[in-house]
Ligand binder design. Structure first.
Ligand code: ZN
Ligand code: ZN
Length: 133
């Protein structure tokens, strides 16, 4: 994608509020209304966590979270749409209870959508896990 200029439809707001942003050294799409984030690559999630929390332990935990999601399609579709291809997003569990369990939405081709509170849960879960060691 060209991160320069385009606006994309926010899966949550259903308005073209998503813009590419650079945060923590990675590009992702962020909604300036609801503050949700669409990460393009699995690696971006762990890079983002590392940039925000600053520890290798947090990054390792973020990698485990992404891995826990599995690669395959879930059979639970969301009503929200991928900002890049307009296919329905699929719901995926991220983590395992009681460790940072959130339901994120994913397009198998393009990335992961997380609401603002889901981003915060993931950061908090990684921070707690990193502290416990
Ligand atoms: Zn939004
Ligand atoms: Zn897509």
């Amino acid at each position: 994608m060209d991160p320069g200029s385009a606006n994309y439809l926010c899966p949550r707001c259903k308005k073209p509020n998503l813009k590419p942003c650079l945060d923590g050294g990675i590009y992702f799409l962020r909604c300036h209304k609801c503050d949700g984030a669409y990460f393009i690559e699995e690696l971006d999630v762990e890079q983002f966590v590392k940039a925000k929390l600053g520890t290798e332990a947090a990054r390792v935990y973020a990698r485990w979270l992404v891995f826990s999601m599995g690669g395959g399609a879930s059979n639970s579709y969301s009503r929200r749409l991928c900002p890049l291809c307009s296919n329905k997003l699929q719901r995926h569990e991220f983590g395992m209870e009681p460790l940072c369990w959130v339901l994120i939405e994913r397009c198998d081709l393009h990335g992961f959508w997380m609401d603002r509170d889901e981003v915060e849960s993931i950061l908090k879960g990684c921070q707690d896990a990193a502290r416990r060691g």
